[in-house]
Design a protein around this ligand. Structure first.
Ligand SMILES: [Zn+2]
Length: 308
C-alpha cells in the first residue's frame, strides 16, 4: 500500500515538475514575443507647431513641448520603449526632459515613468493617478501591480494648475470621473494645442474604466469642457488616434449623448443589462466607431455606468 503511494507521489511530483518547466518555457516565449513586438515598434514624430510635437509608437499618444526651458513631455508609453522615445526626442531637441506629465494612471501612459525619473525628469499628475499606480489595481478583471516609489508622481494637483514653461502658459485641468478618476486636459495656450489623454479616443468608442472611477456622464462633461476651452484652429491630441479638432470633438460628444439617451430610455423601461447588451439598435448609425471597444461593449459600459 505504502509502496504504491510512494510511486503515485513520485509520479505526481514528476508531472508537477514537467508542468512547471513547461509553464516557465511558455513564460519565456511570451517575454520573447513581447520583446520582438517592442523591437518592431517605430516611434513616429508628428510636428504640430514649431514647439509642439506628437509622438506615436505603442500605447497612448505622447505630447512634447520643446524650447529654451527644456522638454515638457505628456505621457511616456511603456518602459521597454523609453530609449527609442528618447532618441526620437533628441531628434527634435538637445535639451533634457524636465517634466513628464501623466494624463491618467494606465500603463500605456505611465509605463516609462521609472526610466524617465532615472533620466532626471520630474513626474507630475493628478493625485488619484499617484494613488492608483501606487497600489495594486484591478483592471478588466486582471490585477495590475503597484509600481515602485521612484515611478510615482512627485508633484500632484487636485483641480487646475498652470505651468509657465517654454515662454507659454500650459493650463492643466482635471476632469471629473471621465475615462478614470484622475484624468487631466493639458492645453498649450500659445501654441493652441490640447492634449486630452484618454478622455478622447479619436474616431473610436471610448473606453470608460468604471473600476477606476470612470463614468459616461463625466466623459461627456470632460469633452464639453475641452470644447469650451479651445477654438476652431486648435489642434487636439487624443489619447489614441489621429490629431483632431473642435468640430470632430463636437460630433463625438453628440454621438455619446445620443447613445447615453438611448441606453437611459431602456433603463427607464426596466430593461436588463443582458437586453441592452444584445440590442444592436441602440448603437445604430455609429458602427464606424467600432474598434477595441465594440458596439456591444459601449452599450454595456454606458448601461453599467448609468446603473451606478
Ligand atoms: Zn487609458
Amino acid at each position: 500500500m505504502n509502496y504504491t503511494n510512494d510511486i503515485e507521489i513520485k509520479n505526481r511530483l514528476a508531472i508537477i515538475k514537467q508542468m512547471r518547466s513547461l509553464l516557465s518555457m511558455i513564460g519565456f516565449f511570451i517575454v520573447l514575443i513581447a520583446q520582438a513586438q517592442n523591437d518592431q515598434v517605430e516611434i513616429k514624430v508628428h510636428k504640430l507647431t514649431d514647439h509642439i510635437y506628437m509622438l506615436t509608437g505603442k500605447g497612448g499618444n505622447i505630447g512634447i513641448s520643446v524650447g529654451q526651458d527644456g522638454v515638457f513631455m505628456i505621457d511616456d508609453q511603456f518602459a521597454p520603449l523609453t530609449s527609442k522615445i528618447l532618441t526620437a526626442i533628441k531628434s527634435i531637441s538637445d535639451q533634457p526632459v524636465t517634466y513628464v506629465f501623466n494624463t491618467h494612471w494606465h500603463g500605456d501612459h505611465t509605463g516609462g515613468n521609472l526610466n524617465m525619473a532615472n533620466e532626471g525628469a520630474i513626474i507630475v499628475a493628478h493625485e488619484n493617478v499617484r494613488k492608483r499606480i501606487r497600489f495594486d489595481q484591478l483592471m478588466k478583471g486582471q490585477k495590475k501591480q503597484g509600481v515602485s516609489e521612484k515611478s510615482l508622481p512627485v508633484i500632484t494637483f487636485t483641480e487646475d494648475m498652470m505651468y509657465y514653461f517654454n515662454e507659454e502658459e500650459v493650463f492643466i485641468s482635471h476632469i471629473h470621473k471621465a475615462h478614470t478618476d484622475g484624468d487631466a486636459l493639458v492645453y498649450f495656450t500659445k501654441n493652441n494645442v490640447l492634449h486630452m489623454g484618454d478622455a478622447y479616443f479619436q474616431g473610436k468608442f471610448p473606453y470608460i474604466d468604471i473600476a477606476s472611477g470612470g463614468t459616461i456622464d463625466g466623459y461627456i462633461e470632460g469633452i464639453k469642457k475641452a470644447i469650451l476651452l479651445i477654438n476652431d484652429d486648435t489642434q487636439v491630441i487624443p489619447g489614441h488616434g489621429k490629431v483632431s479638432n473642435k468640430s470632430e470633438l463636437k460630433s463625438y460628444v453628440n454621438m455619446l449623448k445620443i447613445l447615453r439617451q438611448r441606453v437611459m430610455d431602456e433603463i427607464s423601461l426596466g430593461k436588463s443589462l443582458e437586453q441592452v447588451k444584445v440590442n444592436i439598435n441602440l448603437t445604430k448609425g455609429y458602427s464606424s466607431y467600432n474598434g477595441w471597444i465594440t458596439e456591444e461593449r459601449i452599450r454595456v459600459s454606458i448601461y453599467k455606468s448609468l446603473q451606478k
